[in-house]
Each structure stands twice: as C-alpha cells, then as structure tokens.
Design a protein around this ligand. Structure first.
Ligand code: ATP
Ligand code: MG
Length: 421
C-alpha cells in the first residue's frame, strides 16, 4: 500500500459534527456583531512580512520565532498572517476608510498561523473572530466592544468566564514605567528565564507576558503600570470601569496583564475560562491608538479584540438541532421518479429531504431514516402508485396516514405534520 499522507503537526481537520458547531458559533457571532453595527470584511491570508514586523513588534515571540515566512519566487518576503489586526489596519489605510462611519466598525473570521508548540488549545493553524473599531478615542468605544463580547458569550451560554482588565497607558506614561521596570529587573537577571533576560533590556514589558513560574515570581514585587498612568489615561480607565459597572459587566483588575503584542495603548483585556487547562484565554484585545500612524496612516485611535475559536468552541454547549429531515423511502423505479418530484418540491419549500441512494428494502430504508433522526418518512411503492396515495409515517409515534401521491397536492399535509405553515 502507498504511504499515507497526513496533516502536518499543529494542523487539524474539522469533521462534520464539529463543523456544525463552528457554523453555529460563527452565525451567532455575525448576528450579535450586526446588532452592534459591525460589518464583515475578508482579508488575504498572505501579507508582506514587514506588515507584521512593524505592527506586532520585532521583539515579540510571534515575529521572532512563530511566523510562517518565506521568500516567494519574485523575491518578496511574505508571511501567513499570525493575527488579523495588522491586516485590518493595512486595509483601513489602503482604502482610506477614515471618515466612513459604516466602515469604521469591522470584523473578519478566519484562520491565523503561528509556529508555536502544539498542545491542548494551541494549534499552528487556529481561527479567530477578529473585531476592530477605528476612529474612536472615547472610553465608550472600549465599553461597547467589551459589552458586545460579553453579549456574545452569554448568548453562546458560556457558563463561567472572567474578564481581566488593565490599562497600559500611553507613550507618555509608559516611558517612565519602562525605566522603573528596567531598574527593578536589573539585579534580578539571574532569576529570569533566558528569554526574559533578553527581554529585560530590549522590551521589558514582555517579561509580564512570560508564562514561566520563575519569572512570575520575580514580578511579584515589580512596579505596576497602573501606578504610572498619566492623568488622561487614568481618567480614560476610570470612565471605562464606570461604563462596565453601568452595564453590570463584572471584571477583574489585573495589573500584570500586558498581552503578547507591542501595539497596545491604554485599555487591554482578556477573557479567561477557568478550568479548561493552561490555555485558558479565549479572547483578548485592547486599544492601539498609535498603530494606524505607525503603519503610515493618519493618526487614528483604534480598539479591537480577537476571539480564539478553537479554545472557545469546546466550552459552548451543543446547539439544539433545529430541523429534522424528511426521509423518502422509495421502492421501484416508478417510485424513484415520483420521489424525485417530491424531493424537488420539498426542498424548494425549505424542507431538509434525505434519500437512501442504495434503494434497498423498505426495512433498510427506514433504518436509514432512523439513523438520520428523520421525523417523517414518505413511503412510495408500487401499491401506492396504483392507489395514487403515498404513506406518511411519523418515525417517533409510528403512526401512518395517507397523502396524495402528487407532491403539489400532498405538500400541505406534510407541512402540517412538520408543524410548519
Ligand atoms: P496565548 O495566551 O495563547 O499566548 P495570545 O496572547 O498569543 O494567546 P492573541 O494573539 O491575543 O493571543 O490572540 C487572541 C486569542 O486567540 C487568544 O486569546 C487565544 O484564544 C487565541 N489563540 C492565540 N494563539 C493561539 C493558538 N496557537 N492556538 C489556538 N488559539 C490561539
Ligand atoms: Mg501567544
């Protein structure tokens, strides 16, 4: 036998039973985001490597070691997108979407790629629902985003989750904080992991994002950004907290939260689902008021978040099956032809209709109907054709009634039995 080819490490297939849930989560998200006035966009998966290096930051894990980058045949350095915000900002600038209220609130759903160590809740291809809002500096915008995320999680019936909240301040207050942090970390060098030893001087805030216990222990007494916020940033944060209280959205103030990307300013947040393992962050985001300008656009405040679908999905209770199929049990060539006419009419009326193409005995066809959880089976055989009547069987109660063989005449009864108008 020829050698089998399998998915590559960290990549996976999503089979129908699970895909159904993905569809449910995505369509629920589209509905809720629509209620808040967000519009969907679709972006390329491949972008110039420079876009990510400049936005996410050269000294972040993502850019340093996790991107799928290659030089294409034309000599350009390209990367599979590791996240969506950079592409959203590029699109916003490229199409000058500055003063169009309808296009300043955007979302996209799709795969992201990071060459991380695969484990539970961590894949090399994973999916995000990514939401971005451009042009609004007010804390009300942050509150609306969090409100929307909370609404979606509630609608999906996620039983328990925590919203962790912090402010990273602006350029003005971040600099003195960075200096204080550098000074603090200076004599802790030996206690830090090798990565953090490098981060200590290059990008000290990143040390807060380290998941190693030894580094977390060092940070217990570290200076905290919230003590360094300037008056404006403090007021902005206070206002946001006030709005969340108004909305009765509970949050956990977490001054250690920094997130894995460099572009954030002021508000940042993460949604944690306790008890799902080490990878418990199912969504994260925040404000990034400097990024549009950093990528060559006009200064534009912005804020957004991304939901990690791979982690969220196992926590979403199975949605209720909305429709059960109608099964056509067909015996003999004439019956097949009548059955095809039925199938056409039924589907044109939005009724999920199944046929067993093996066309076995009545017993095996009804077995198949049970297997498919059909509510009704319409049975057509030679006798039925002679009598010009088909048999409609309720698969739950096993009751049978006769209906006209002609679908145009019989449809009304079938619809009635399905509880439809
Ligand atoms: P992590 O906590 O895993 O390091 P992150 O801070 O790198 O996450 P973001 O870049 O902010 O995450 O992405 C937002 C969300 O996307 C995360 O909260 C998580 O749910 C999901 N996510 C990120 N990386 C992965 C991955 N490799 N596999 C599955 N989901 C991921
Ligand atoms: Mg990460």
């Amino acid at each position: 036998m020829a050698a089998r080819i399998q998915t590559i490490r960290g990549f996976r297939d999503i089979l129908p039973e699970e895909a159904h849930k993905w569809w449910y989560v995505e369509s629920t998200a589209r509905e809720i985001l629509g209620l808040f006035g967000f519009k969907e966009v679709r972006l390329p998966i491949l972008e110039q490597t420079a876009l990510f290096a400049r936005s996410i930051g050269e000294t972040t894990d993502i850019v340093e070691k996790e991107m799928y980058s290659f030089v294409d045949k034309g000599g350009d350095s390209l990367s599979l997108r590791p996240e969506a915000t950079a592409g959203m900002v590029r699109m916003f600038i490229q199409h000058s979407l500055y003063h169009q209220p309808l296009t300043a609130k955007l979302f996209t759903i799709g795969p992201m790629f990071r060459r991380e160590r695969p484990q539970k809740g961590r894949y090399r291809q994973f999916y995000q629902i990514d939401v971005e809002m451009f042009g609004f500096a007010h804390a009300l915008a942050d509150a609306e985003l969090i409100h929307m995320l909370d609404t979606l999680l509630k609608r999906l019936k996620i039983p328990v989750y925590e919203l962790h909240l912090n402010s990273l301040g602006c350029r003005k207050c971040r600099e003195p904080f960075k200096e204080a942090l550098k000074t603090f970390l200076k004599d802790k060098h030996e206690q830090l992991c090798p990565d953090c030893r490098r981060r200590r001087t290059l990008n000290p805030l990143r040390v807060f994002d380290c998941k190693k216990e030894q580094c977390k222990a060092v940070l217990k007494d570290a200076p905290l950004i919230t003590d360094y916020l300037c008056e404006e940033c403090k007021a902005h944060f206070l206002q946001l907290k006030g709005y969340l209280e108004e909305l009765k959205i509970s949050y956990v103030l977490n001054p250690y939260l920094v997130r894995g990307l460099d572009y954030y300013t002021r508000t940042i947040f993460e949604v944690i689902i306790p008890g799902i393992g080490a990878q418990s962050a199912v969504a994260g985001g925040g404000r990034y008021d400097n990024l549009v300008e950093m990528l060559g656009g006009r200064p534009t405040p912005a804020t957004g978040f991304a939901i990690g679908m791979d982690r969220l999905l196992p926590c979403v209770p199975e949605p209720e099956e909305k429709q059960r199929p109608l099964f056509l049990a067909l015996l003999g060539e004439e019956a097949v032809k009548v059955g095809l006419r039925w199938a056409k009419v039924l589907r044109a009326n939005g009724i999920w209709t199944e046929i067993d193409y093996r066309l076995g005995s009545l017993k095996s066809q009804l077995n198949r109907a049970n297997h498919l959880k059909a509510l009704l089976a319409l049975i057509i055989g030679e006798d039925e054709i002679k009598k010009d009547r088909a048999i409609l069987r309720n698969m739950d109660t096993k009751e049978q009634i006769e209906v006209p063989l002609n679908p145009e005449e019989g449809l009304a009864i079938v619809k009635q039995q399905l509880g439809r108008k």
